[in-house]
Design a protein around this ligand. Structure first.
Ligand code: UD1
Ligand code: CA
Length: 499
């Protein structure tokens, strides 16, 4: 059944969260790559409300700025110095224009709550024609929570008693208030005007709305969730890690059910916003963060961390670390490489072992196979960069770009000193320091020619193993020279030309 959307959702996030012992406001702590508050707002948005209000007080400006950045559709309401969840909702309601319909109340520190559960709550609430419906759970250790007081036949909720106000008998009740409710907005506005702070904590309790509605002859219902973790809040960093692990477990399960192979869920961490296509394989020790997007049949890992990185279909990334990078379809990366922001590896391209790249467009089928640094560069399709080549992009003051054309062969151990351009189809010799442009089709070389000092080891390293080895090699070369016919003048001339 399609549940109707609520008129409004009010997310409470004014509390200080002192048990986090943090300079960061509690609701801005993250699990699964999003703040607790953005998780709560995302769940609220998933119900399609006409209005969405977040109530703030503690570190108000910092939290409001975070909301403006990550959830700009949300309205902010400020709670004043009067404490309590009742006051928080009263302040939130000042921003809500709806005069009829359902208002959901949720908490900013309950990250696992999902839109489906909220929609079910709205559906049950409206089907029953209730004034209030509270989401509850039965827990083995209800200490600290508000307890649900039910009518004799169990169908109606008579009220909620806070732990601190409860009798011993009431403390024996194992059904707790999750703090998540659906309210008829008119009933909520009216009842909030009548609550008092006459209780153990001297606060305005939202929970008192339920007994007031009952006293007015309205129906108050409960929906019991079996999923206790879903309504659990974060109060300290132990719970933060527990709910973080549970969120990760749920995220992995969602991907596996959608056709992704995850070999070792116990060492795999995937943020909530990551997308993974069918038949991708995630090997042990992988962390996928932020807006990372993995294509079909790609193989990631083992031991790979990707943040905000796009990996094309059929690509492979082995034991590497990438941030804000793009890896083309059927390309391969690693092992042991570091792809920094702006790396864009083309289709069937290769970034091999021990390579660092940054701000580099590497064309289709182009290869940087071994031990290189490629920064601020463009490399054309089909080009091969020799082992241990450095793109020297920084002179200590400015960064400059290097452009290497298509089907170029850069020799091993080159330094390409930017700004410099190597034309299409060009080549460079091993050990070249490329300071001047190499035109298309040219060979660039500037390695110093080699001079051999004959017999140096025999004279300067006498008595070492090196001397023994050299003498043995020279003796055996002499013997084979004596056996072989003398080389012709023509052959010697040819060899000389080749130098
Ligand atoms: C509240 C409920 C309790 C329920 C429990 C579930 C009341 C009176 N009690 O307990 O029945 O079992 O939640 O966790 O409602 N907040 C504000 N402004 C305030 C006070 C709180 O915005 O003045 C927000 C907090 O930021 C938090 C949420 O409300 O997100 C709950 O506050 P908390 O103090 O944790 O809950 P309790 O009042 O102890
Ligand atoms: Ca709490």
């Amino acid at each position: 059944m399609e549940s109707p959307a609520p008129a409004a959702v009010i997310v409470l996030a004014a509390g200080a969260g002192t048990r986090m012992k943090s300079r960061t406001p509690k609701v801005l702590h993250e699990i699964g790559g999003r703040s607790l508050l953005v998780h709560a707002v995302t769940a609220a948005e998933g119900t399609g409300p006409s209005e969405l209000v977040v109530v703030l007080r503690h570190e108000r400006d910092r939290v409001a700025e975070h909301l403006a950045e990550h959830a700009s559709e949300v309205a902010v309401a400020d709670q004043d110095e009067i404490p309590g969840t009742g006051r928080a909702v009263q302040c939130g309601l000042e921003q809500v224009t709806a005069s009829e319909g359902t208002v959901l109340v949720t908490y900013g520190d309950v990250p696992l709550l999902d839109p489906a559960t909220l929609r079910e709550l709205v559906g049950a609430h409206e089907d029953a024609g209730a004034a209030v419906t509270v989401l509850t759970a039965r827990v083995p250790d209800p200490g600290g929570y508000g307890r649900i007081l039910r009518s004799d036949d169990g169908t109606e909720v008579l009220g909620i008693v806070e732990h601190k106000d409860a009798t011993d008998e009431q403390r024996g009740i194992d059904e707790i208030n999750s703090g998540i409710y659906a309210f008829d907005v008119a009933v909520l506005r009216d009842a909030l005007g009548r609550i008092t702070s006459d209780n153990a904590q001297g606060e305005l309790y939202l929970t008192d709305v339920l007994s007031i509605a009952r006293a007015d002859g309205r129906s108050v219902r409960a929906v019991v969730t079996q999923d206790v973790m879903m309504v659990e809040g974060v109060n300290d960093r132990v719970q933060l890690s527990q709910l973080g692990a549970e969120m990760n477990r749920r995220t992995l399960e969602r991907h596996m059910r959608a056709g992704v192979t995850i070999v070792d869920p116990s060492t795999t961490w995937i943020d909530a916003d990551v997308a993974i296509a069918q038949d991708a394989v995630i090997l042990p020790g992988v962390q996928l963060h932020g807006a990372t997007d993995i294509g079909a049949d790609a193989v990631i890992g083992p031991d790979t961390t990707l943040r905000d990185t796009e990996v094309g279909a059929g690509a492979e990334v082995v034991r590497s670390h990438a941030v804000l990078a793009v890896v083309g379809a059927e390309a391969s990366v690693g092992p042991f490489s570091y792809l920094r922001a702006g790396t864009d590896l083309g289709v069937k391209g290769k970034i091999g072992g021990f390579v660092e790249t940054k701000n580099a467009q590497i064309g289709q089928g182009a290869k940087v196979p071994h031990l290189s640094y490629v920064g601020d560069a463009e490399i054309g399709e089909g080009t091969n960069i020799g082992a241990a080549t450095i793109f020297a992009n920084y002179d200590g003051v400015t960064k400059s770009r290097t452009s290497v054309g298509k089907h170029v062969r850069v020799g091993s151990d080159n330094v390409l000193v930017a700004p410099v351009t190597i034309g299409d189809g060009a080549a460079t010799g091993a050990g070249t320091i490329v300071r001047k442009d190499v035109p298309p089709g040219a060979l660039g070389v500037n390695a110093v020619s080699q001079r051999n000092v004959e017999g140096w080891t025999l004279r300067r390293r006498a008595g070492t193993a090196a001397e023994d080895a050299a003498r043995a090699a020279l003796d055996s070369a002499d013997r084979s020279a004596a056996d072989a016919p003398a080389s012709t003048d023509a052959e010697e001339h040819k060899e000389h030309e080749q130098r």
